[in-house]
Write a protein that binds this ligand. Structure first.
Ligand code: 6R9
Length: 669
């Protein structure tokens, strides 16, 4: 069939059964269970929803909202995700169970972490109440108001998310690796009036001065009236009188027994807006709600992570991305799990940091990413084997396709051939996992690199341009063919832009939710997601729009035009590569290339730094003026160029080829 992930053929026929796994299931049994969930679709989701507590019972499972594909899930229901994540546990036996084990990055001479903070559910609940008190009593924020959170991986990040949720205040979290420009864009699009940030944080042994970046962003964000600053490092930072407040100073005014009622909100009330890259224009603000989202997270924590009270659950993602929102904060807290949270880099001080964490806390369930796995694999097995991993019982990966050899390394080396290893497919828009093996429910035989079948209550298909299912084994577009709880939520699916929401997701293949991914469904019904079908890159699992990087490049005074494409990379999956046309009078030198890389790093963030910048005098375009990225990608991977009949000027392709060959020669030298 010729399909591969990072050049590795896909083992369509291989099936791995985890001996003795209590929920082992045949494919037939799983398919039956899945079919039944769809036959009784509404009853099915209602029964999952009833496993959670509602402040007022919902009157319906779902209904169409004000726009064609924006649905209200569990309408009539009143809830609050902060109540589900905290109050429910604090009332019961989990009151003094550890919620977060947090580890800072710095280590002592012996390599042991210098700071470990353990917060029980009761501790967390108290902190969240105090912060909610500050937000509501001191800053007068109420249901429907908007704030932005720009914090590193410290406990205050989930605390602020939960405190905002408690008040029905809408928040957006911005990844702490993003630049001031990116932060300001998000603040302004949301209309946030308050920003939460920190003085800085540790990353790979260095300090990052976050408040300086936040200050620059606030200059570009006229709507921000106040900034709350968490002291993480204790460095000197600029504080603007009357605008900026240290959290610790605000805390002095909070009664120690502060309690703020969780505001009962409609199930479909906006919890957060998370910005993610698309093919054109500025990042899209995806809206998630309280009720439907909580139900999907509850279901997937049970089915996919098989979460139990004695688990120690560790998700290595950053909360700045959707994976962290759903599976470091809301999902595991709703389940009352013990969660490990780590501030820093996976290879600091050595490539065994994660495995030392697994050993130190007896991690049982691990959720990680293919890029990190491929990076850590390179250091050799001894770094893993140095540490006891006998507590591990289940491993999943997320963010990009996992190549079979990285899967095998997780399975054999990390998990000692004992743990199911999955590749959970989902996206910012879906809110939670939709396609995955389900070890907590019914574990089908595992195929290395495959995602598995859609979860119960989820209907997905691989289709052609017209929406017809393609033959098993053939590549097509992955679509979701029914609404699901956790989908982009009211009022508009995409913040402030219901038309774009409709256009991007529901009009490409009418009637279905278009994911933008290529996938194969094999003859057993397993789905193998192969990568993006659009102009979105997945660089080390981070979703980056080529259009955004092109905009950054053309904002440089020397640049006239730019095209960014992804080049395959053995560790990061893909990396951005730029083809640049300089303005008249500018000389294409290697210094200029370095300058442009730095420009992208400063304007967008280090994750998007182009690996190479190729200078050309024109870009290959269609007669209608669209850049033919497909050709640029083909050149990078030495693939045949395919159909070039719509090309306006063939010389442009030759030039791009030449630029690539020259640089490859130089790099080999
Ligand atoms: C959760 C997350 C979404 C895109 C998605 C797809 C890719 C995520 C995957 C996967 C293959 C997996 N993706 N998980 N591809 N196998 N297990 O990553 O959200 O950042 O919005 O990215 O990531 O291409 O469309 P997000």
């Amino acid at each position: 069939m010729g399909a591969s992930i990072l050049g590795e053929p896909l083992p369509f026929e291989e099936k791995i059964i985890i001996k003795g796994w209590p929920k082992n299931s045949t494919l037939e049994d799983y398919k039956k269970l899945h079919r039944e969930s769809l036959e009784k679709f509404e009853e099915f989701w209602a029964s999952v929803a009833r496993e959670l507590e509602w402040l007022r019972e919902f009157s319906k499972v779902y209904e169409r909202g004000d726009y064609p594909h924006v649905y209200r899930w569990f309408p009539g229901g009143l809830t609050n995700i902060s109540y589900l994540a905290l109050d429910r546990h604090v009332k019961g036996a989990r009151k003094n169970k550890v919620a977060y084990i947090w580890e800072g990055e710095p280590v002592d001479e012996k390599g042991a972490p210098r700071e470990v903070r353990k917060l029980t559910y009761y501790d967390l609940w108290r902190e969240v109440n105090r912060v909610a008190y500050i937000l509501s009593r001191m800053f007068n924020l109420k249901k429907g108001d908007k704030i932005a959170i720009y914090l590193p991986m410290i406990p205050e990040l989930p605390i602020f998310m939960l405190a905002a949720a408690r008040l029905g205040v809408i928040f957006t979290v911005v990844f702490a690796g993003f630049t001031a420009e990116n932060l300001a864009t998000r603040i302004n699009d949301l209309g946030a009036t308050l920003l939460v940030t920190a003085d800085g944080f540790y990353r790979r042994g260095k300090i990052v001065r976050l408040k300086d970046v936040a200050d620059k962003a606030v200059e570009m964000s006229p709507g921000v009236r106040n900034v709350i600053v968490v002291r993480r490092l204790g460095i000197d930072v600029n504080m603007v009188e009357g605008r900026d407040y240290w959290l610790e100073e605000l805390m002095e005014g909070v009664p120690s027994n502060a309690y703020v009622d969780p505001v009962p909100v409609e199930s479909e009330h906006t919890l957060y807006v998370l910005y993610t890259s698309g093919t054109t224009g500025k990042p899209k603000g995806i809206i998630h709600d309280h009720g439907g989202y909580a139900v999907l997270l509850h279901a997937t924590m049970k089915w996919v992570f098989d979460i139990r009270d004695d688990d120690v659950y560790y998700c290595t993602a950053d909360i700045g991305w959707v994976t962290g929102h759903s599976y470091i904060v809301f999902g595991p807290l709703i389940e009352g799990a013990t969660i490990v949270m780590y501030e820093g880099a996976p290879d600091y001080p050595g490539p065994d940091r994660w495995w030392s964490i697994v050993e130190r806390y007896g991690v049982t369930v691990l959720y990680t990413t293919p890029t990190a796995v491929r990076m850590l694999m390179r250091f050799g097995d001894m770094w893993v084997k140095k540490h006891d991993r006998s507590t591990l019982r289940l491993i999943h990966s997320v963010g990009e396709p996992i190549n079979p050899s990285a899967w095998r390394w997780l399975y054999e080396v990390v998990g000692e051939s004992r743990c199911p290893v999955g590749s959970t497919w989902w996206m910012t828009e879906t809110g939670g996992i939709l396609i995955s093996i389900a070890p907590g429910l019914a574990l089908i035989p595992i195929k290395p690199g495959a995602n598995g079948l859609p979860l119960p209550g989820i209907e997905a298909e691989v289709v052609d341009d017209e929406g017809k299912p393609v033959e098993p084994g053939m590549k097509g577009f992955l679509v979701i063919t029914r609404p699901w709880p956790g989908m982009p939520a009211p009022p508009t699916g995409m913040w402030g832009d219901p038309e774009r929401y409709e256009k991007v997701y529901w009009s490409r293949i009418p009637g279905f939710f278009y994911t933008g991914d290529y996938a194969i469904k094999d003859s057993d019904g397993y789905i193998w997601v192969l990568g993006r079908a659009d102009e979105v890159l997945k660089v080390a699992g981070h979703r980056i729009g080529t259009y955004e990087l092109e905009s950054v490049l053309v904002s440089h005074p020397a640049v006239s035009e730019a095209a960014v494409v992804g080049a395959p990379d053995p560790v990061k999956g893909e990396v951005p590569v730029a083809y640049v046309v300089l303005k008249e009078g500018q000389t294409p030198t290697s210094e200029m290339a370095e300058q442009l890389k730095k420009w992208v790093r400063e304007k967008y963030g280090p994750i998007a730094t182009p690996q190479n910048v190729f200078f050309v005098s024109k870009l290959p375009k269609t007669r209608s003026g669209k850049i033919m990225r497909r050709l640029l990608v083909a050149i990078l991977s030495n693939k045949p160029l395919g159909d070039v009949t719509t090309l306006e000027d063939e010389a442009a392709v030759d030039e791009a080829k030449k630029a690539y060959e020259e640089l490859s020669r130089e790099l080999k030298k």
